[in-house]
Design a protein around this ligand. Structure first.
Ligand code: AHG
Ligand code: MN
Ligand code: MN
Length: 334
């Protein structure tokens, strides 16, 4: 028998309070979806699904075949518990209404990015799935019911399809990570109580956007690049996977800071609040880290739309605090 606890047994013990019964049932569906997505991704070019489609999603991004396939898998699998009354996906313009006979048990909302980092699929680099669970005030939820700040999340997590398939989640009581055991097809607890290191010398940012950043972000990165000779008096290392799930996972395991500030297309950033920034911020804070837009805690941003974008800076708390402080001080002359 494995020395690792399986996720079903773990969740039965770990989830406490008024949402525990619902969360156990909802997460069983999410886990089933992620296992199916892992299989679809693992087939790779053999299934002929590595290319792009003629279609674009709501954000005007060209959809990959796997964006659509994983979206369909997630929606189908997550209607089984009877607790989900509505869903919002990166790949769909409008919220998904669930038929009344499929949500007899409750009124929870599921927002998700079925395939994060999808530009990486055909080059065989890690991708993921991100999800966030909210309570709905209405049994027949409408768009307005989804527009709750991240502090209202009752559970959030991600699956990482990397060198191993992992599932990491928080229900507001710490962060725990599980690895998919191919023999039993079960997620087993391998990373209990994940904590972000208090100090780091590693940052992740797409440097090609440097000219679009605001001065506080340029200053922070300039100082990292100056290393021992600069104000920080230490050398930094840089990583950029272009999959937020992989970057956040690396930060949970070995520390660091992840930043996607303003970019060329949008002065408000690239990442989406409801199904990327909020769930990852919940996880990062629960692991002792911090997450900001530069001027506001991400979890306190009041959403105005399900596909709204925000600047994101998250990870090691002391680095995020420094970035926030730079946003509060007058620009430093270069
Ligand atoms: P998605 O594939 O869901 O659209 O998300 C990709 C996101 C995020 O995962 C990653 O951090 C970022 O886009 C990468 O952006 P660049 O291509 O600008 O590096
Ligand atoms: Mn994404
Ligand atoms: Mn995506």
């Amino acid at each position: 028998m494995s020395k690792h606890t399986n996720i079903t047994a773990f969740l039965t013990q770990h989830l406490q309070g008024e949402h525990s019964v619902a969360l156990n049932a909802i997460l069983a569906d999410v886990l089933s979806a992620c296992k199916k997505i892992a299989v679809a991704i693992d087939k790779g070019a053999l299934a002929g699904n590595m290319g792009s489609l003629a279609s674009e999603n709501v954000q005007g991004e060209v959809q990959k075949a796997l964006d659509v396939i994983t979206n369909d898998i997630f929606i189908e699998a997550c209607q089984q518990s009877g607790y989900i009354a509505g869903m919002a996906s990166e790949e769909l313009v409008d919220v998904v209404e669930i038929a009344q006979d499929k949500c007899k048990n409750g009124q929870y909302l599921l927002s998700f990015d079925p395939l994060d980092g999808s530009s990486n699929v055909n080059v065989n680099i890690s991708v993921g799935t991100i999800f966030s669970i909210l309570k709905s005030a209405n049994k027949k939820p409408e768009l307005a019911d989804f527009l709750q700040s991240g502090t209202e999340q009752i559970c959030a997590g991600y699956a990482l399809y990397g060198t191993s398939t992992m599932f990491v989640l928080t229900a507001g009581n710490g962060v725990n990570g599980f690895t998919l055991d191919a023999d039993s097809n079960e997620f087993l607890l391998t990373h209990p109580n994940m904590q972000i290191a208090k100090e780091t010398q590693e940052f992740a940012i797409n440097m090609s956007n440097y000219r679009f950043w605001r001065e506080p972000v340029q200053r922070y990165i300039d100082e990292c690049l100056q290393g021992e000779e600069g104000d920080r008096k230490k050398d930094f290392n840089m990583r950029w996977v272009a999959s937020m799930v992989a970057e956040v996972h690396r930060i949970l395991v070995r520390g660091g800071v992840f930043m996607y500030p303003t970019d060329s297309n949008s002065r408000s950033g690239k990442l989406r609040l409801m199904y990327e920034a909020n769930p990852m911020s919940f996880i990062v804070e629960q692991a002792g880290g911090a997450s900001t837009t530069g001027t506001q805690r991400i979890l306190e941003v009041q959403p105005t739309g399900i596909h709204q974008r925000v600047p994101v800076m998250m990870g090691c708390k002391s680095e995020v605090d420094r970035i926030v402080a730079y946003h509060q001080t007058k620009p430093k002359r270069k």
